[in-house]
Write a protein that binds this ligand. Structure first.
Ligand SMILES: NC(=O)c1ccc[n+]([C@@H]2O[C@H](COP(=O)([O-])OP(=O)(O)OC[C@H]3O[C@@H](n4cnc5c(N)ncnc54)[C@H](OP(=O)(O)O)[C@@H]3O)[C@@H](O)[C@H]2O)c1
Length: 258
């Protein structure tokens, strides 16, 4: 296993929730963390203070990944002065549900921009600017199933899964590309917590996964020197049994966040 000591990792959307746990675990393993955020400046500063208690040298970087110029400047802006990146973790995402017949082009475009286009173009920039290293894309266990409730978010995550595998082949042996596919971890904004509790009964392991477990999966993939093109499901086996189609609310979702 490759040591993460003296490595530098960029984690997108890292200031809160799962991204924050990934940042803390990488710092504990010896990495210098570049915490990317968009709107969550205060939580990002709070995280930076937590990271500095572990070790010095961590950084904050702000960028709206929906804005081409900001996204394009992100990785080149972290190069120079003899510094590079050893790892990129594409964690930033927006989750929304939309009945397929209600999809509008604006929400479709945005779902693909944030959940596929931005992470893919950051992968490309990592391959252009960094000599070697590893990329980890955070997917969703839904990439293994047909889940209409995941809507265009699900389609975009499936595209990112395909990009993970294609890049793993094309960029080997210089860059390893893997993914972690979480199941039920944290309640998405706008979804009632009781709904999530109800869904736990479909998880073979009968429990949600902790953000710490997602972070540990990322750590493992960042250190495993011969693993590439792998999708690591951290979902209590949910992807094996498929979506909660028994829940009429999900199979025939009639609401609309889009
Ligand atoms: N939560 C779960 O149970 C679950 C389940 C399956 C898969 N996942 C996947 O795991 C990852 C993390 O999940 P999460 O629930 O912790 O994520 P989240 O809270 O929904 O989003 C993480 C961050 O993404 C950033 N982001 C959104 N739009 C952005 C934009 N335009 N530009 C830059 N950053 C933007 C936000 O940063 P700011 O706050 O700074 O704006 C946000 O804090 C995601 O990829 C998600 O798809 C999560």
């Amino acid at each position: 296993m490759k040591s993460l000591a003296n490595s530098r990792v960029l984690i997108t959307g890292a200031s809160v929730r799962i991204g924050r746990q990934i940042a803390l675990q990488f710092a504990k393993a010896g990495s210098t963390v570049v915490v990317h955020y968009n709107q969550s400046e205060e939580p990002a500063r709070e995280l930076l203070a937590m990271l500095e208690q572990i070790s010095p040298g961590h950084e904050l970087v702000q960028a709206d990944l929906l804005v081409d110029g900001e996204r394009e400047a992100l990785i080149p802006g972290l190069m120079g002065g003899g510094r590079s990146l050893n790892c990129l973790i594409n964690n930033a995402s927006v989750y929304r549900r939309c009945q397929l017949a209600n999809v509008i082009s604006e929400s479709l475009r945005e779902d693909f921009q944030i959940n596929f286009e931005a992470p893919f173009l950051l992968m490309r920039d990592f391959a252009r600017f960094c000599e070697e290293g590893s990329i980890i894309n955070i997917l969703d266990q839904r990439v293994a199933t047909v889940d209409p409730s995941a809507g265009t978010y699900g389609f975009a995550k499936k595209s990112l899964r395909d990009a993970t595998e294609a890049a793993a082949v094309q960029w080997a042996p210089r860059i390893r590309v893997n993914a972690v596919a979480p199941g039920i971890v944290l309640t998405p904004p706008g979804i009632a917590p009781e709904k999530i509790e109800r869904l736990i009964k479909y998880v073979p392991m009968a429990q949600r996964s902790d953000p710490e477990e997602i972070a540990e999966a990322c750590l493992f993939l960042a250190q495993a020197e011969t693993i590439t093109g792998q999708i690591l499901y951290v979902d209590g086996g949910l992807h094996l049994v498929g979506p909660d189609l028994q829940e009429p609310d999900d199979a025939h979702y009639t609401g609309s966040d889009c």
